[in-house]
Every structure is written in C-alpha cells, then in structure tokens.
Design a protein around this ligand. Sequence first.
Ligand SMILES: NC(=O)c1ccc[n+]([C@@H]2O[C@H](COP(=O)([O-])OP(=O)(O)OC[C@H]3O[C@@H](n4cnc5c(N)ncnc54)[C@H](OP(=O)(O)O)[C@@H]3O)[C@@H](O)[C@H]2O)c1
Length: 248
Amino acid sequence: MIKKNLESKVALVTGASSGIGKSVCERFAGEGLDLALAARREEKLESIADELRESWGVKTLVIPTDVGLEKEVGEMVEKTVEEYGRLDIVVNNAGVIRYGKIEEFSTEDYKTMMETNCDGMFYTTRAALPHLKKSDGNLIFIGSFDANHPRSFNPIYAATKWWTRGFAHSIESIVGGDGIAVTLVNPSEVRTDIKDGKGKKYKEKFDPEEVIDPEEIAEAVYFAACQKKSTTVSQIDLFRRDKMSDFF
Ligand SMILES: NC(=O)c1ccc[n+]([C@@H]2O[C@H](COP(=O)([O-])OP(=O)(O)OC[C@H]3O[C@@H](n4cnc5c(N)ncnc54)[C@H](OP(=O)(O)O)[C@@H]3O)[C@@H](O)[C@H]2O)c1
C-alpha cells in the first residue's frame, strides 16, 4: 500500500475529550502525530493529553473550545498553527444529540444541536482551509448513519447530519483541486458517552461486540488520513452489520 507517513504531522481534533474524538487522538498519537485537542471540558482534555505524551512521546496542545462560538473556533485554529507552524489534518467531530417529540421539542435543544453539529463544523472548516491548502491536508467530518436516512425518532439530529453530509461533499467539490482531501465518516451506533433517549450512555447500553467501538471509527479516520497525496477517501459508511434491517 502506498501510504503517507504521518509522523511529525499535526492534527486538530474537535470533541477530543471523549468517545470517537479521544480514540482518534490515541490512533494518531500512535503514528507519531502532534495533536491539538479541543472541546469544552479542559480537565478531561488535559488528562488525555498527559496520557498521550507519556505513552507516545508526541506533543499535545489543549485548547478549551466551544465549537458553537465563532471567536473561540477562530482562536482554536490560530493557536494550533502558532504552536506547531502547520496544520495537516482537521477532524470535525464534536457533536451532540438531544431527544424529544417534535411538537414539544425545546428551542434550546434545537439550537444546541444546530450550533454544535452544523455551525461548529462550518466555523472550523472556514478557519482551517487556508492552512490545509498549504499542507495538502485532510479535512475529515464525522457524520452518521443518520446522515443518509430519514430518522423518525430524531428528525433534528438527522437533519444536522444530512447538513454535514451536504457540506462535506460540497466542500470536497471545491477544495479537491487545491490538494485537500475531504472525507465523511458515517458510523451507526458507537460505544461512547453519547446517550439514548432515556439518558443511557451507548458505552453502557451496548456490549463491545454488539455495535461499533470508537477505535474502529478512529481506524477509518486514520485510513482516510494516510492515503497518498493524489487520493481521497470520499466517504466511509461503518454500520452495524444488521443496521439496514432497521428499515424493514
Ligand atoms: N456514538 C454514536 O453512536 C455516534 C454515531 C454516529 C455519529 N456520531 C457522531 O460522532 C461524534 C462524536 O460523538 P461521540 O459518540 O464520540 O460522543 P461523546 O462521547 O458524547 O463525545 C462528544 C464530544 O463532543 C464534544 N462537544 C460537545 N459539544 C461541544 C461543543 N459545543 N464544543 C466543543 N466540543 C463539544 C464533547 O466534549 P465537551 O463536552 O468536553 O465539550 C465530546 O468530546 C458526534 O458528531 C456524533 O454525532 C456518534
């Protein structure tokens, strides 16, 4: 396989304090990448960063960020480039889910999902593109199974993920010619801290062999990031094997 060597490249991961984002950081650290870890919970980020430095000897930069806040996102990207002098990979991963009957759905929950899942990915992408152009870098989005299908139990979350799919592929059509590889990774259920409608975390709700583990999504992200310069992995759908039978 012709593989890009990722050692000494720099990755910025949003939602790095938990679940998929944390696993992506671990996978990248194992390949020798230096990392910028962003999310709101600073303590969690610090403890993950400490572990990565000790285990892999990589450099880490913790940047407490709310991706729904334009200014903070701009600073997140600036600080990364200031610290490392380059930016090679951005993983647009931070996301939230809220539940409720559509007739009773609170405006606050609606806004939280839109601001995190859509606005955050836009702000991050806008700030990162100039730097990724310089590095022929990778822009990787975490979408969802719900980015491809109507979801009667959660239309707003599904809509944010349809937005992500539309945005990711549209950006791909613009910046592919500039040398940036854009990838959308769509998982079905992953064993993380994300919660179901009853407040139960997926990592407690599902056994390890039952659904996807976050390390598998990290492997998909790594696969996308290590393609040679002229190749992109446009989309990876990683589904529970019997997921499609949910529809029948
Ligand atoms: N788990 C699944 O079944 C599944 C399936 C398909 C897609 N996904 C997608 O995968 C992505 C990661 O989710 P996960 O499953 O890993 O869930 P998770 O364990 O709950 O992690 C979510 C991450 O997003 C961060 N985050 C939330 N709001 C944020 C904000 N306003 N600003 C910055 N960071 C924020 C959280 O950090 P802080 O709280 O510290 O800010 C946390 O690090 C999401 O986009 C989710 O929609 C998950």
